[in-house]
Design a protein around this ligand. Structure first.
Ligand code: TGC
Ligand code: FAD
Length: 392
């Protein structure tokens, strides 16, 4: 197995802004990714398979619920630590970061924040250890950017709720043991329900034939008169702000995560350009190659500073949803451009699975769409600065 060569770009000495604990956490996840993800990820993508055997290890390294308190099985870490973990995982592959994002921000977070004490004790430790896998159902076949128009609904039948509807594009759905599903009650108020694998009338077919996030499992959640026990409702939140608050946490993680993908591409292209010769000179000596590399490191540095600052704001509970949207949008955009430009530096070699660029590039096409599309985040910024809603 060839050793992973990787030098993390830190042009603005962001490492100096990190504590010793942050660096320890980051380096241990980096080492795990080098040993456990890098050697298998190309094949997993080619086969369109999620490396399920890694889920318990993700639990062991603390990637599931890093900021959830230790008494529920989490690691009790701060937001910068969470971000650094996402960065390292996505350097491996967006699918691995996705698995950790969904489990941490979209399943454990709502159970921790809005669940009853019984729900926390029942689900959180098993999700933290990776013994149980979670999924988050918000998007529907006819309602993606506009989740407030969702049609999935439930009725109060006295001793249980009766759930009907369908969710689509759900990460982990076919392999999930527990799903946080957002649905409307009889008063059309959005509520969170906990669905478990095996409930009668509940199916989760896989969505195949993806060209992006191929090492992640995606599917539907279909509810055909599912009887949901009343104790499975999340008691602590009503309305669309419930799921949207979970998205704040996941979008924040993505703002860090995609820096990992960008750094992987940049580092690979820099090394290759110094070794590869054309016209008897390293291609790194040509101005056009230097322009690409210089622009990449500039954008990576800006993205690192943005993510770090957002993390400090979140540590103090001061980050706004609009700031998170801006960081998610900017950092995904620059990562995608860096994946494309770095692929060009490798010429034909860049299209092969021997290098990570095409894989990151294709993954990032999902990342720029999920958790709110690129344009939706632009409109969130627009609304924040003008006070005018341009969505509808
Ligand atoms: P709007 O009327 O603006 O808001 C409804 C209520 O929600 C509150 N709110 C938020 N609360 C917390 N955090 C946020 N980010 C919030 N944004 C809005 C708002 O204050 C209001 O509260 P209240 O108390 O007044 O009722 O809602 P709208 O219907 O106009 O929609 C706004 C819009 C378009 C911004 C929003 O719906 C949106 O973000 N759309 C994008 C949908 C999206 O991101 N879906 C993601 C699905 S999950 C996913 O993709 C997982 S990928 C997983 C992986 O990593 O693999
Ligand atoms: P649409 O909402 O139909 O948008 C299509 C286009 O129209 C976009 O370009 C959009 O920007 C544009 N548009 C829409 N409204 C406006 C407007 N008002 N103004 C201007 N332009 C507009 N969802 C979950 O709930 N859970 C998950 O785990 C999950 N995982 C996913 C995994 C993958 C691999 C993918 C690809 C998606 C996942 N999603 C998940 C769904 C994702 O959140 C949605 O795809 C996303 O929110 C966009 O919805 P849509 O695809 O229906 O696009």
């Amino acid at each position: 197995m060839p050793e992973v060569q990787y030098i993390h770009p830190d042009y603005f000495q962001v490492d100096e802004l990190l504590s010793d604990e942050h660096i320890l956490i980051r380096d241990s996840v980096r080492d795990w990714v080098n040993r456990r993800v890098k050697p298998i990820i190309n094949e997993a993508c080619q086969k369109h398979e999620f490396p399920l055997h890694l889920t318990k290890e993700l639990g062991e390294i603390g990637a599931f619920g890093p900021y959830i308190p230790e008494k529920y099985g989490g690691a009790g870490l701060d937001q910068i630590s969470y971000g650094l973990i996402m960065q390292e995982l996505e350097r491996g592959d967006s699918a691995i970061r996705s698995a950790a994002s969904v489990q941490s921000s979209l399943v454990m977070y709502p159970i921790y924040k809005y669940g009853s004490e019984e729900q926390r004790r029942k689900y959180l430790p098993l999700l933290a250890s990776g013994e149980k896998i979670g999924a988050f159902g918000l998007t529907e076949p006819n309602h993606g950017s506009d989740p407030g128009s969702m049609q999935t609904k439930f009725e109060d039948k006295g001793d249980h709720y009766l759930l009907n509807g369908a969710k689509m594009w759900i990460t982990n759905s076919p392999i999930a043991d527990v799903c946080v599903v957002w649905a409307k009650d009889e008063d059309k108020i959005v509520r969170g329900l906990l669905l478990e694998k095996g409930m009668q009338g509940f199916t989760a077919p896989e969505t195949l034939n993806k060209w992006s996030l191929r090492a992640s499992v995606t599917g539907e959640l279909v509810f055909d008169n599912v009887k949901v026990p009343k104790e499975n409702i999340l008691p602590g939140v009503k309305g669309l702000k419930g799921p949207l608050s979970c998205l704040n946490s996941a979008r924040y993680g993505i703002a860090w995560g995609v820096i990992g993908a960008a750094c992987d591409c940049y580092d690979t292209a820099l090394r290759y350009s110094l070794e590869r010769k054309q016209f008897s000179r390293p291609i790194a000596s040509f101005q056009l190659t230097q322009k690409k590399l210089s622009e990449m490191i500039t954008e990576i540095s800006k993205a690192q500073l943005l993510a770090w600052r957002l993390g400090t704001l979140r540590n103090n509970d001061k980050a706004t949803a609009a700031q998170i949207s801006m960081a998610k949008r900017n950092n995904v955009e620059i990562a995608l451009k860096i994946a494309r430009d770095s692929r060009q530096i490798l010429g034909a070699m860049g299209i092969t699975g021997d290098f990570p660029m095409m894989r990151h590039m294709m993954n990032l096409e999902s990342v720029i769409t999920y958790e709110g599309t690129h344009d939706i985040h632009l409109l969130i910024t627009g609304m924040d600065i003008t006070g005018i809603n341009a969505f509808a």
